[in-house]
Write a protein that binds this ligand. Structure first.
Ligand code: FDA
Length: 305
């Protein structure tokens, strides 16, 4: 219930203005977002890489409404990739891209062209791109664009959301040699017709999908903070004889940093998803919706307004 309310608020411009002007919001944002500029992102990436972690950088922004914004997002990624290369942070750092930030919702070809330009820049920088998963209305389009991009850039990563009923089938399709697939629970408000609603059903689906990916031929990227699912991931790695370079764990910037360090110390590949930029509002609201403790922290900040 609370999750639904917060996710609905993530699409409200009135709420966005209220949150952005609350005096203590900055502290909450800083916990989950590396900063607003590419320099902030490079600094955070440098620290994580120095601690033995890999990184996937996200230039915040989504649901772009104009071609100009879409092109600006593309250019921000291209420039970021050149900077990462210049700083010697590739291939440890890659990028995660939301196709809706590249215009997917109004011009699919524009989004494809933008994603392709980012893949070219990533390839020149010696690193990879992963296409984030957004709400279910975009899944077919995103997977179509992924297939086209993989013709020339076979390492382009997919993201699948365990809460979607279709995802087991998508895992089977994508568990092929060389295929990088991030498995997450899913962060959007979705109807029952397409998505499991209860925590238990989502977790059970995650395990079924994890089994398909870990027993398949691809490169699974297990994106979760859930201790039980991480333990199951570790177990399946042993069961299916996957060495640390044959799969990875992924966690979000600012979430369970001690667990990120523990997994890395155990010898696993651990990638931290690092968002940065000024358009942090919907991203922050999804993080708050995931965890009541985050919400309490946030409400205290709002009350201070
Ligand atoms: P969940 O939030 O259900 O938490 C389960 C348990 O984990 C908790 O009960 C607690 O024990 C522990 N836990 C969680 N947060 C904690 C904290 N802050 N401190 C201590 N313990 C904590 N979604 C999407 O729709 N599209 C996408 O492209 C992506 N991409 C993505 C990349 C990466 C790297 C990650 C980690 C996640 C995503 N997501 C995503 C988000 C994802 O779908 C999901 O919403 C969040 O990861 C939250 O789900 P969890 O699996 O972490 O478990």
């Amino acid at each position: 219930m609370l999750r639904s309310v917060i996710l609905a608020a993530s699409r409200s411009t009135r709420m966005e203005r209220l949150v952005e002007t609350a005096p203590l919001t900055r502290g909450v944002v800083r916990r989950f977002v590396a900063g607003t500029s590419p320099d902030d992102a490079l600094r955070a990436t440098g620290e994580l890489v120095a601690n033995g972690l890999a990184v996937s950088l996200d230039v915040l922004g989504e649901d772009t409404e104009t071609a100009e914004q879409a092109v600006a997002t593309r250019d921000a990624y291209v420039s970021l990739l050149a900077s990462l290369r210049g700083a010697g942070m590739t291939p440890a750092a890659e990028v995660s891209v939301k196709l809706s930030a590249l215009g997917q919702k109004f011009d699919e070809q524009l989004a494809y062209d933008g994603a392709r330009a980012i893949c070219v820049a990533a390839s020149e920088a010696g690193t990879t791109v992963t296409l984030d998963a957004e709400d279910h209305t975009t899944t077919d389009s995103t997977l179509d664009i992924l297939t086209k991009l993989r013709t020339d850039f076979p390492t382009t990563g997919a993201v699948l959301q365990a809460y979607l009923r279709r995802t087991e089938a998508d895992c089977r399709e994508l568990a092929t040699a060389g295929s990088r697939v991030r498995l997450c629970k899913g962060a959007y408000k979705e109807p029952e017709s397409v998505a499991y609603q209860s925590t238990l059903d989502v977790d059970k689906s995650y395990v079924r999908c994890l089994n398909i990916l870990m027993s398949g031929d691809g490169y699974p990227m297990l994106a979760t903070h859930d201790p039980r699912l991480i333990a199951i991931g570790e177990d399946r790695a042993r069961w299916f004889d996957r060495s640390p370079d044959e799969f990875e764990f992924q966690l979000l910037y600012g979430v369970r940093p001690e667990e990120q360090a523990r997994l890395a110390a155990e010898g696993y590949t651990v990638r931290v998803y690092v968002p940065y930029g000024t358009q942090w509002y919907p991203y922050l609201m999804r993080r708050l919706a995931e965890r009541p403790a985050n919400m309490a922290f946030f409400l205290r900040a709002l009350r201070a307004k």
